[in-house]
Write a protein that binds this ligand. Structure first.
Ligand SMILES: Nc1ncnc2c1ncn2[C@@H]1O[C@H](COP(=O)(O)OP(=O)(O)OP(=O)(O)O)[C@@H](O)[C@H]1O
Length: 637
């Protein structure tokens, strides 16, 4: 269920009609080369009647044309229609650019290029002239490079405007689905082997695990990743496209923003990400901002559930030993993390195997591509079913029928602003596929997504943050120890060791608790996932039972029912244990604070003693001076 703050938004659909290409001239029989797809307005496209029923292939392909023909002109309405002469820049500004605003606000976004083989999907998403200037409106760069360049420009401007109350980091990943295998296009272990990526579901949200996410600092670095991934992607020559994509590819950007919510600006040292090259400050968190760039990670869940806030601890000075802070955090606020994902999806083209003259491996690829697209079509059909929208009933959506639909679950009917670009060829030869594409795209317009801001306060549920905090505290304790219990930067005369020892003990306890907490959470997630799966299967069986098979369903219920019950019990127990664990962590944190306060007190006393000693020393030297001058006077008399 979407959180109450979620808003409903429809999937936007833009159609792009590509111009006639030289490949068309070479591969399409001349009499079927005429353009039959025309924009009627900015939002309407028409497909002319295909009167002549082409029967022979010509052009040496030996294949049949795609269309069985239509005697009527067909028109379709979309959110946008782009004619063959629309430039890459114009397409970008009207489709991707507005989505970048949502992305920067913290919403997930997806752009999906859909269409038959050779309809211009890769040209639209990636384009050509990849070494050119992405801000130049005249070159052939596609949506991804332009979006990346714009994103960094905007992020830099925001940084300048907001100063140290806001920080960001960006990561890129690139995967492909090839023959139903999900592979990491950026994984490079030197062996040339491709790494598999897994899909998990956590409380209804899709998580991709095992993929390499690379920290990127500028558009040039992102372009490097795109080139690297594109070179790994399976492409091949078919009769219809000299460089046909044989896999579905998804390039993703993850934007992590840290926002300070206090009324007054946070102290410089509490900024989680230094603007440039500075080493992380002592309050830097979470670790992901500084994660080694080649780390293998799990993607963040979309719309993580609310967590008990850690703000109270932070407000009280939290885990910061005041003795080593050096400055006060009197901003009275807290850091909030906003994570958003932008998926750029370039699907492999739907194709008629006969027409692309596919055989052997090519045919296998084609079948796999088509089955993924078929599953996508079924998901779009189910989600876009007008009856479903009207009655608001929960229909079964067959996301699990393919890796592609599973991956895109959040983008289709889930938590994302999604734009589909339906790419079509203008030629009569392709009219059948074009009409199919337009029908699917039209149906996709009915799909409603529920978008919500992926915002969370740093807190007890944020393992990454807890880890960084513990690491930081350890470092600080070490500093205190090295300074002989004086605290970082303080000059005291010792006396803090016993308190420091106690403080360390509490900290160790906290680390232990945190690790237990993590284990427990992982188990909890697994059980919940299993339970969701069982429930869904049961619901499916129940759904099927209306069309017969009552006995089988009853038997299934008999078997699965107790298992579900058992899982529910375990999950309840785990939830209780998790909350106990959180309470223990909180309690330990309070203890830690107490010890830290004691340490600060001892440190302060030591400082006062030192001052007192200095004062005494001064008095002694003054007295000595006075005595000496008295002696001189005696001599004079
Ligand atoms: N808008 C356009 N302007 C100029 N050329 C285009 C345009 N769209 C596509 N093309 C050209 O058409 C050919 C096929 O395009 P592209 O490879 O992008 O198709 P595709 O849909 O990705 O195909 P596949 O599914 O087989 O990978 C390419 O040579 C491309 O440069």
């Amino acid at each position: 269920m979407a959180p109450p703050s979620a808003t409903t938004t429809s999937i936007q659909v833009a159609v792009r009609i590509r111009p006639t290409t030289t490949q068309d001239a070479a591969s399409i029989p001349p009499r079927f080369q005429r353009a039959v797809v025309h924009p009627i307005s900015d939002t309407t496209v028409a497909v002319d009647p295909v009167s002549a029923q082409p029967t022979s292939a010509g052009a040496g392909t030996g294949a049949s044309p795609s269309s069985t023909g239509s005697q009527k002109k067909q028109t379709f309405i979309f959110d946008q229609v782009h004619p063959p002469d629309s430039t890459q820049h114009a397409l970008f500004t009207s489709t991707a650019e507005p989505l970048l605003n949502h992305f920067l606000e913290g919403f997930n976004c997806t752009i999906l290029a859909y269409g038959q083989t050779s309809s211009g999907k890769t040209f639209t998403m990636t384009g050509i002239d990849l070494d050119a200037d992405p801000s130049d409106p005249h070159n052939g760069m596609g949506i991804i490079p332009r979006a990346v360049s714009t994103l960094f420009k905007r992020a830099r401007a925001l940084k300048e405007e907001r100063g140290n109350t806001w920080n960001y980091s960006i990561k890129g990943s690139f995967i492909e689905i090839y023959n139903e295998d999900l592979l990491d296009l950026l994984a490079d272990d030197g062996t040339g082997a491709r790494r598999e990526v897994q899909i998990r579901e956590d409380k209804g949200h899709i998580i991709w695990t095992g993929l390499r996410e690379v920290n990127v600092k500028n558009a040039t670095e992102v372009m490097g990743l795109i080139r690297q991934g594109a070179s790994m992607r399976r492409t091949n020559e078919t009769d219809m496209n000299a460089q046909s994509s044989r896999s579905h590819a998804i390039f993703s950007l993850t934007l992590t923003q840290k926002k300070f919510t206090g009324s007054s600006p946070p102290p410089r040292s509490s900024s989680p990400l230094p603007p440039s090259g500075r080493s992380p400050s002592r309050l830097a968190r979470p670790g992901s901002m500084y994660a080694p760039s080649n780390s293998r990670v799990s993607s963040p869940t979309f719309g993580r559930p609310g967590t008990p806030s850690f703000s109270t601890a932070m407000d009280r000075g939290g885990l910061r030993p005041p003795s080593s802070l050096g400055q006060q955090d009197d901003g009275g606020g807290e850091w909030v993390t906003i994570t958003s994902k932008f998926h750029f999806v370039d699907l492999a083209g739907s194709e008629r195997l006969k027409r692309t003259a596919a055989a052997g491996e090519r045919a296998k690829e084609g079948i796999s591509i088509n089955s993924g697209l078929l599953a996508l079509g079924n998901v779009i059909s189910a989600l876009g079913d007008p009856a479903r929208a009207k009655t608001n009933t929960a229909t079964h959506i067959p996301y699990r029928d393919s890796k592609l639909t599973r991956l895109l679950q959040d983008s289709l009917g889930g938590n994302a602003h999604t734009l589909m670009i339906a790419c079509v060829s203008p030629a009569e030869w392709n009219a059948g596929e074009t009409v199919n594409t337009l029908k699917y795209a039209n149906r996709a317009r009915n799909i409603k997504n529920r978008v919500t801001l992926n915002e969370k306060e740093e807190g007890w549920d944020d393992v990454e943050w807890l880890q960084t905090t513990v690491a930081r505290l350890r470092k600080e304790l070490k500093t205190i120890k090295e300074n002989g219990g004086k605290g970082a930067g303080a000059s005291t005369a010792g006396g803090a060791e016993p308190v420091e020892g106690a403080s360390k003990k509490v900290l160790d306890q906290m680390v232990q608790l945190q690790s237990n907490y993590e284990d427990l959470r992982a188990k909890f997630t697994d059980r919940t996932e299993e339970l969701t799966r069982l429930r869904r299967e049961l619901a499916e069986k129940q759904g099927q039972s209306t069309s017969g098979g009552m006995n089988a369903t009853a038997r299934y219920e008999e078997i699965v029912g107790p298992v579900i019950e058992e899982y529910e019990k375990t999950i309840n127990a785990m939830e209780a244990e998790l909350s106990l664990n959180r309470a223990a962590l909180r309690h330990t944190n309070d203890l830690y604070e107490e010890k830290e306060a004691e340490l600060a007190e001892v440190t302060e006393k030591s400082q006062q003693t030192e001052l007192y000693v200095d004062e005494l020393k001064l008095r002694v030297s003054k007295l000595t001076e006075r005595e000496a001058s008295t002696e001189v006077c005696f001599c004079l008399f």
